[in-house]
Design a protein around this ligand. Structure first.
Ligand SMILES: Cc1ncc(COP(=O)(O)O)c(C=O)c1O
Length: 384
């Protein structure tokens, strides 16, 4: 097809969309394994759960399958009530969705108009930029300071802004905000600006260490909290999340989301996850112990890493992160090279069970030695 025909088609598209780069998930695991000639790959690149389903989830999903022919109940009232109780808020504040990704797009469509200003930390989760750019918003980046969100600079940059995204703990740094720093930030935000707090990884923190954003919502502060079942609860493939917000905003979200946006199996699985708070807490501790183990191994390998509150660790082996990425793939581990999010020389590594982390540490030691050997100056050729 001539290129001109494609250009003609794009003139029908909203101007803001024409220059937006869509998300590129990269090659599949099967393609990568074939390309590098390995049998399989441990996926440590997307911060998925690697610890297995929580008790009762498999059974609940199997049971719900017999109702697959029916649309999910539109208002999700049982799920809203259950999640509200779990989160410590009112059911009227809960907006279910098929994951935070869907909610990020909904947030953009509820709050943004072409030309609206949005403040983002840099680096942070990449979808915020895509969603805001697609809505025609102007994005202002505020660089992190030594991997910490620079909340003062973000509040300053928020003058005249409609929205600010705060990812807490932040992806890809794993850094979390203290309750005090969050409160000061909210106080410093201009009246025009709503704060979107992405708590995808907050479940990995002890509740007492996290800012109480449910209290902010109850107090009528301009805060929308995004949560997911994809991380600690291990349901990334089923797609389930929810937002917590002032009830007056909830109906606006209902207007921009599809009426039957969450599927029955996801609802059944999410409900089963929340049935046993003891199992959730045990899982949180298990992941934290494996994360500590990985951080300790990195220290022993003399590879700096930033203390993480999430299910991943940002390591800085230095040098060429693409070479590290390839070296680890050849040894069966798929990690995320930092260059993809503006941090060359870094790797973002998802935390898995302890035994897997032990094998990863051995693979990293091998790659380190291999790359050190490769970068040693070559011996000059012997004469004759
Ligand atoms: C900060 C952050 N928010 C949201 C998501 C995606 O969440 P969900 O699976 O609920 O769409 C991710 C996935 O990696 C993430 O890192």
């Amino acid at each position: 097809m001539p290129t001109d025909a494609r250009l003609d088609m794009r003139k029908f598209v909203r101007p803001a969309l024409r220059s937006v780069r869509s998300y590129d998930p990269g090659p599949s695991v099967a393609d990568l394994a074939a390309q590098y000639g390995v049998d399989g790959l441990h996926k440590l690149n997307w911060n998925e759960d690697l610890f297995g389903l929580l008790p009762g989830v498999g059974e609940a999903v199997n049971l719900e399958l017999s109702r697959a022919a029916l649309y999910p109940e539109q208002s999700y009232s049982d799920f809203r009530r259950l999640v509200a109780e779990w989160a410590g808020t009112d059911a009227s504040s809960i907006v279910p969705a098929h994951g935070i990704q869907a909610l990020v797009l909904a947030v953009a469509s509820v709050f943004l108009e072409p030309g609206s200003k949005v403040v983002l930390p840099a680096p942070t989760y990449g979808l915020y930029r895509q969603a805001c750019a697609a809505a025609g918003a102007e994005v202002v980046d505020v660089p992190t300071r030594g991997y910490r969100l620079d909340l003062e600079a973000m509040a300053e940059a928020a003058r005249g802004a409609t929205m600010v995204f705060v990812c807490d703990p932040n992806n890809p740094t794993g850094d979390a905000l203290s309750p005090d720093s969050w409160s000061r930030f909210l106080d410093a935000l201009p009246d025009s600006c709503v704060a979107i707090a992405d708590e995808a990884y907050a479940d990995y923190m002890a509740p007492e260490d996290r800012p109480d954003r449910m209290a902010d919502v109850r107090a009528g502060r301009p805060v929308v909290v995004l949560r997911t079942f994809s991380k600690l609860f291990g349901l990334a493939g089923l797609r389930l999340g929810y937002a917590v917000m002032h009830p007056d905003l909830a109906s606006c979200f209902d207007a921009v989301q599809e009426p039957f946006n969450v599927n029955r199996l996801a609802l059944a699985a999410g409900t089963a996850c929340l049935a046993d708070p003891g199992a959730v807490e045990a899982r949180r501790r298990e992941v934290a112990a494996a994360r500590d183990q990985l951080e300790k191994s990195l220290l022993e390998l003399a590879i700096p890493s930033w203390p993480s509150q999430a299910n991943f660790v940002l390591a800085e082996p230095g040098g060429d992160d693409a070479a590290w990425y390839e070296g680890l793939i050849r040894r069966g581990f798929l990690v995320r090279p930092g260059s993809e999010f503006g941090l060359p020389g870094h790797l973002r590594i998802t935390v898995g069970p302890g035994e897997l982390m032990t094998r990863l540490a051995s693979a990293m030691a091998e790659v380190r030695d291999e790359l050190a050997g490769r970068s040693r100056p070559q011996e000059p050729p012997r004469p004759g």
